[in-house]
Write a protein that binds this ligand. Structure first.
Ligand code: ADP
Ligand code: ZN
Length: 786
């Protein structure tokens, strides 16, 4: 091919297009789609890009040649390219946004200035290449002078932030080292240790091996001289501190009859396979993922295991690594850049076969992906809240379909959307009904709060149950979805609410009123005095988790309680220590927000309390009942994990709400049936698609004008083109101002068959701005659901 269409890595939303360049003769045959390149752009500028397609047809305008091509190992894989297409097609990502999504930040290129010495000066001779650091002794003006006078020539090049270096690896010469073990003297303890350590491993970085065996380089060199190992210099990208070593024996329990049936039914499908695995908590879904992963590995394929929360990953990784003989790449935000590079390189080369990670792991450069398993597929953390606003499950389904990859979605409470995919025949439904431990599900009871004095936090039934629990030396988990001390501080007399100075959001009260913070922009403030309007004293409204903690200390003196929220979990070390203390019985009760709902198993917890279920039902979102059902069953599942009987008490001011009936009876399929009926009736996803155009501006009037313009355009457009879609006038979202930016939303309800047509008009209207809809003072983007 002689020409390449290239995505230029420049933020040019209005320029969502490809740029054509000539492929110079020396690169021909080596460049294909996915290759990363450096090209000239504009006057005297060079930018980085990626080849999207190649062609032999000469364009009818003059093109410039590609300047540089990056080695194959940095090229995007086929899966990454398919994902980029999906991001464009479904989520209206521009070429550049799609590219940056799949490109790990560590592989981004940095522009670097280098100087070539044309005439010798000081210590430098002709032909030397110097970077800015080497020339730090010369001031900017001096450098400009030297360039002008022809001593230096200035160049712009690209390099990774993490430069190349080589690392020494120890490579085994024979796979069986038992002979070597006999030959090495018994008292050469360190050498013995090295040989034993390498029994199951072919190669390791020298540094890692020495650390693991507490041996020195000298010990190793002796073993190399004896002919057992070789030392090999490898690129830095192979180095990794979190290198997974497989040396313990496999402990894979045989499948239960129920699991066996599920696995067989899955495998019996025509390829590519797709199924929903609906299994109650503890039914062994993870065992099924491992079994299917094993089979994918046997046929030489790679496996992607997606999990919603990174804090849940260690347990799962441990189970995968103890039950499968393959290196596992774990991807999450906290990995060190060097490790991340290493993992990506090894996924690309096919060396790592199993990848476990949260949603961004779907962007990894798979070489030959055979199975995508998604645990807790209903979790909302699979949805990206930043542009492009993709949903990992949808993206995975699109990828699986396009590349013929098997897919399995697992959950105890699958989303209504996924149920719908089963209804339309896109996924097979598989069930695991029996929990493994044999433990009974907890009893769920509703506590009516309506008759109690206002401000009651702990009702009598909950108090008594807690008391009984503590007397039996058992533990309690309480769930309350509100951080801090109170939701807001308000004046009783005039109604004034203390708001954030950047957002139209009340400040959350912390530390009993000594701190105020905004959850949206992070703005903090100390003590707030009396009402600035009428001078009256203000009161705290909306009980938060801190208040509950002090109430508990009052009710149960001598008992120990701890609070867990999203802030607590941020410090992983402290968080784990706290959980260990609870496990060891040093803490009697945990009070937590929804972070507590997930995956925590404590054998001694027999009581769970939900302090205010009403909070969950009254979210301004059609999803809130589904979410409430999932959360309540998850929370209830924290009690009675062992042979001890568990109880869950749910406090509410609306005991007659139909949701509770389903929750108490654990009638999930009944709930799903009713919820589907309602959504179909009213017109909510998955029966229609909802698009939301989000408008943002510093100027409130501009935001409104902009919103109105978009609304009117699409209202007319849909009627004129007979598109089965309805657009609603612009509305302020729940919080209309965040970080000094005014927000507006325009909602579209679109019949499934019109989705493609609407996506197209949205693309031209919002991304390309072909209809001149978007004003410069506004920022506009699109989200969709269903
Ligand atoms: P889930 O992922 O559905 O919540 P898990 O896979 O965590 O369930 O399994 C629950 C418990 O049952 C775990 O302790 C697991 O080790 C055990 N388990 C699962 N499958 C088997 C099996 N086939 N034989 C023995 N124990 C099993
Ligand atoms: Zn704020």
């Amino acid at each position: 091919m002689r020409y390449a269409n290239i995505i230029i890595n420049l933020k040019t939303r209005q320029l969502d297009k490809l740029f054509t360049y000539a492929i110079p003769p020396q690169f021909r045959g080596n460049i294909s789609s996915g290759h990363r390149v450096v090209v000239p752009f504009g006057r005297g500028q060079y930018v980085e890009g990626v080849v999207w397609s190649t062609t032999d047809r000469a364009p009818d305008f003059k093109v410039r040649p590609i300047a540089q091509i990056l080695p194959d190992c940095y090229a995007l894989s086929k899966t990454q390219q398919v994902i980029m297409t999906a991001l464009r097609k479904y989520y209206m990502a521009t070429y550049q946004e799609a590219y940056l999504s799949v490109l790990p930040s560590v592989q981004k290129l940095d522009k670097i200035v280098v100087y070539n010495v044309l005439k010798a000066f000081d210590d430098y001779s002709v032909g030397q290449r110097l970077d800015a650091q080497q020339l730090a002794d010369y001031g900017t003006r001096q450098l400009v002078e030297k360039v002008k006078s022809g001593q230096l020539e200035k160049h712009l090049t690209f390099d990774f932030k993490h430069r190349k270096k080589t690392v020494e690896w120890v490579v085994k010469r024979y796979s069986d080292l038992s002979m070597a073990l006999q030959k090495v003297a018994k008292r050469a303890v360190k050498k013995q240790r090295i040989l034993k350590h390498m029994a199951y491993i072919d190669a390791l970085p020298l540094g890692d091996l020495c650390k693991a065996t507490r041996a020195t380089r000298r010990d190793l060199v002796a073993l190399v001289e004896a002919g057992f190992f070789e030392l090999e210099k490898r690129d830095w990208q192979y180095q990794s501190a979190s290198w997974q070593v497989q040396s313990q024996p496999l402990e894979r329990p045989p499948l239960s009859a129920e699991q066996e049936r599920v696995v067989q039914a899955y495998l019996a499908q025509a390829e590519p396979r797709g199924a929903l695995l609906n299994g109650v908590t503890g039914s062994g879904k993870t065992r099924v993922y491992i079994e299917l992963a094993k089979r994918a590995l046997q046929s030489g394929k790679q496996v992607l295991m997606l999990v919603p929360e990174i804090s849940l990953t260690p347990q799962l990784v441990a189970r995968f690594s103890s039950q499968l003989t393959s290196d596992i790449g774990v991807i999450h935000t906290y990995i060190k850049p060097a490790d991340k590079i290493a993992i990506y390189q090894r996924i690309k080369s096919g060396d790592i076969k199993i990848v476990i990670g949260a949603r961004s792991a779907i962007f990894a450069p798979f070489n030959d992906l055979g199975l995508i398993a998604i645990d807790e597929e209903h979790e909302y953390s699979y949805k990206s809240e930043t542009i492009p606003r993709y949903h990992t499950v949808e993206l995975a389904l699109a990828l699986a379909k396009e590349m013929k990859i098997d897919i399995l979605l697992g959950s105890a409470t699958p989303s209504i959307k996924t149920h719908h995919l089963v209804d339309v025949g896109a996924l097979q439904a598989l069930y695991l009904k029996r929990a493994f431990s044999g433990s009974k599900l907890s009893d769920i009871q509703i506590v009516d709060m309506t008759a109690l004095p206002s401000g009651t936090m702990i009702s009598a039934p909950l108090y008594n149950a807690m008391k009984a629990c503590f007397e039996n030396s058992q533990q309690v988990i309480l769930f309350h979805n509100r951080k801090g001390y109170a939701r807001m501080r308000q004046c009783h007399s005039c109604g004034y609410v203390h708001m954030c100075r950047n957002c139209a959001v009340p400040m959350t009260v912390y530390e009993g009123g000594r701190q105020f913070a905004c959850h949206y922009c992070g703005y903090r403030e100390p003590e707030v005095p009396d009402c600035p309007i009428c001078g009256e004293r203000m009161a705290d409204i909306g009980i938060g988790i801190e208040q509950i903690e002090s109430e508990l200390r009052r009710l149960f003196p001598g008992r120990k309680f701890a609070v867990i929220d999203a802030d607590t979990t941020r410090n992983q070390t402290a968080y784990r220590a706290l959980l260990r203390e609870f496990e060891d019985g040093k803490i009697d009760g945990l009070i937590g927000t929804q972070v507590l709902a997930k995956g925590l198993d404590f054998a001694n917890v027999t009581l769970v309390g939900v302090l205010l279920a009403d909070q969950l039902i009254h979210m301004p979102d059609y999803n809130s009942t589904e979410r409430a059902y999932q959360l309540l069953t998850q929370v209830a599942g924290r009690a009675g994990r062992s042979t001890l009987h568990g109880t869950a008490l749910i406090q509410t001011y609306q005991p007659e709400h139909p949701l509770f009936d389903y929750v108490i009876k654990r009638d999930f399929s009944g709930f799903v049936r009713e919820e589907k009926r309602l959504r179909d009736l009213v017109g909510y996803p998955p029966y229609v698609t909802i698009f939301t155009i989000k408008v943002q501006s510093e100027n409130k009037l501009k935001a409104f004008q902009q919103g109105q313009r978009i609304y009117e355009f699409y209202d007319k457009n849909f009627i004129k083109n007979q598109i089965d879609a309805k657009v609603y006038p612009p509305l302020e979202p729940y919080y209309g101002k965040i970080r000094q930016q005014y927000h507006l939303q325009i909602v579209f309800k679109v019949a499934k068959r019109s989705r493609a047509a609407v996506l197209k008009t949205l693309y031209y209207g919002i991304v390309k701005n072909k209809y001149n809809l978007i004003e410069p003072a506004c920022w506009v983007d699109v989200d969709f659901d269903g």
